[in-house]
Design a protein around this ligand. Structure first.
Ligand SMILES: *[C@@H]1O[C@H](CO)[C@@H](O)[C@H](O)[C@H]1NC(C)=O
Ligand SMILES: *[C@@H]1O[C@H](CO)[C@@H](O)[C@H](O)[C@H]1NC(C)=O
Ligand SMILES: *[C@@H]1O[C@H](CO)[C@@H](O)[C@H](O)[C@H]1NC(C)=O
Ligand SMILES: *[C@@H]1O[C@H](CO)[C@@H](O)[C@H](O)[C@H]1NC(C)=O
Ligand SMILES: *[C@@H]1O[C@H](CO)[C@@H](O)[C@H](O)[C@H]1NC(C)=O
Length: 450
């Protein structure tokens, strides 16, 4: 865990240095974070003004609710910063409101109670039709925002701790009644910034923007044990204009997974994810580094992931879907990725994931088209690539260039590449890829190499 962290800081350092070296010193690295201007608040209140006690024992749910209520109803011009001083603030889940900055000082910890019996329930997402893991309602996220705008969660790298082990154990013992809570969820919201915060031990997914636009997640650290179930890092879901940058994520599931609803519910809701940028992210996971799907029934398009460093991985890039999902996954670009020690470098598969119920339409076939992967370097990678399209909806325009996935010294029976129901082209790919990618002649990949 420390080694990749060190590598991350080193690579950020190197990046800044090399940028400064090669260009004018004032030129900052490429960023998408300017899609949401960082607001300076006119007012500053402290959680202690509302009875907050950071002794790690007192329950602060009332303090957080009253502070947020005050901000919501006073509607003070220029917005309000809610300051959380150093200390450990145990609390139940709470809502945020518009025009708020939740500010965690250095040494501030907002810690979730483990009181699952009193945890409020909220309706399932319409694009999922039910809770993701249990039918019916689901637990509200620890920090929640519905229909809000201009919200910032930031500070001096304080911690939001989900204390997820009680929830993981319920999952392991199959005693969960409802779907576990996300650590942070925003629904129907826009202009959200999450920066300079450490997220720890989420019960379920860590950061889940759903039906949102203009969301920035940067300079965050997301940590959960390697064996913690479903602790995805950041899951942009039916959301557009999402920028994830300069972060370290090490969890028990996908580091970033772009989604858009589940089977017939996601198709009916019809809300895609688009314009998603993931840049300078480092981390480690038994599952995927960069994932799309498997719930992508509202469609996913225009995803860019670049400068990604992965260690001890299941899969570097995993694009996953299934018959019944419908929708589309197109214009996905991944470049400049380093993968060390992985079961698979690249996986694009049409047979992944479960269904919400038996009402899904098995003839709702997803379209997977325009996947460009370039400049990937992998060492200690067991299998370079596995691409399994759908027989009646083959994956097309799969374009690979400058990919080198080597490093397993011991002999392996697994072919380096396995492909079916896929077409596209490959240029300077080593080991030499499957014939489906080599033989393709129409040159449609030309549009994707730029
Ligand atoms: C907000 O107020 C607290 C005192 O309540 C102070 O310590 C803190 O520095 C202020 N923060 C900002 C960002 O103004
Ligand atoms: C959160 O806000 C919703 C309204 O958006 C409300 O129904 C719910 O009771 C609030 N939950 C908590 C825990 O404050
Ligand atoms: C947020 O602040 C803006 C500008 O100060 C204001 O126009 C808007 O009404 C506020 N929104 C809410 C929900 O208070
Ligand atoms: C917080 O963490 C980020 C990312 O890890 C780092 O870039 C930043 O310098 C840290 N900030 C502080 C105030 O420690
Ligand atoms: C995606 O980004 C492009 C270019 O920045 C913009 O024109 C388009 O409106 C964005 N799409 C959405 C859904 O916001």
């Amino acid at each position: 865990m420390l080694l990749p962290l060190l590598f991350f800081f080193l690579s950020v350092l190197l990046l800044f240095n090399s940028t400064n070296y090669s260009r004018a010193a004032e030129v900052a690295p490429v960023t998408c974070s300017d899609i949401v201007p960082f607001p300076r608040r006119a007012h500053n209140i402290s959680i202690t003004d509302y009875g907050g006690v950071g002794d790690g024992r007192a329950i602060n749910t009332k303090a957080f609710k009253e502070a947020v209520y005050a901000i919501q109803h006073l509607k003070r011009e220029g917005g309000t910063l809610l300051y959380v001083p150093p200390g450990v603030y145990l609390t139940g889940p709470f809502n945020l409101t518009s025009n708020i900055t939740l500010y965690l000082a250095a040494g501030a910890v907002i810690k979730a109670t483990q009181d699952s019996l009193t945890w409020p329930l909220i309706p399932p997402l319409p694009s999922y039709g039910r809770g993701r893991e249990r039918p019916g309602e689901r637990y509200m996220s620890f920090i929640h925002g519905d229909g809000v705008q201009d919200v910032v969660i930031t500070g001096e790298n304080g911690t939001i701790d989900g204390q997820g082990d009680v929830w993981w154990n319920m999952w392991r013992q199959r005693t969960l009644q409802f779907t576990r809570p996300n650590l942070v969820e925003f629904l129907n919201s826009r202009n959200i910034i999450i920066s300079n915060v450490i997220f720890k031990n989420s019960p379920f997914w860590n950061i889940h923007p759903v039906y949102c636009s203009n969301v920035v997640v940067r300079f965050v650290t997301i940590l959960a044990p390697r064996d913690s179930p479903n602790t995805d890092g950041v899951d942009p879901d039916s959301s557009s204009n999402v920028c994830i940058e300069d972060s370290y994520i090490s969890t028990g599931d996908d580091l970033v997974a772009v989604k858009s609803g589940w089977d017939e519910y996601g198709i009916a809701y019809g809300r895609p994810s688009s314009n998603i940028t993931i840049r300078r992210v480092t981390g480690s996971s038994p599952f995927a580094g960069i994932a799309v799907g498997s719930e992508a029934s509202g469609g996913v398009e225009n995803v860019l992931a670049e400068h990604i460093n992965l260690f001890s991985m299941g899969v570097g890039i995993h694009i996953k879907t299934n018959a019944g999902r419908g929708g589309y996954i197109k214009d996905i670009k991944v470049s400049d990725m380093y993968v060390e020690d992985a079961r698979k470098g690249i996986k694009i598969s049409g047979n992944v994931g479960d269904h919400p119920d038996d009402k899904y339409d098995p003839n709702a076939l997803p379209v997977v088209k325009g996947i460009t992967i370039k400049n990937v370097w992998g060492v200690k990678v067991l299998q370079a690539g596995l691409i399994q399209g759908l027989r009646n909806s083959p994956f097309t325009d799969i374009c690979f260039s400058d990919i080198n996935l080597h490093g397993v010294t011991r002999p392996s029976r697994t072919p380096k590449w396995q492909c079916s129901d896929v077409s596209g082209s490959a240029h300077q790919v080593s080991p030499s890829p499957c014939s489906e990618l080599i033989s393709y002649q129409s040159g449609s990949c030309a549009n994707y190499y730029s």
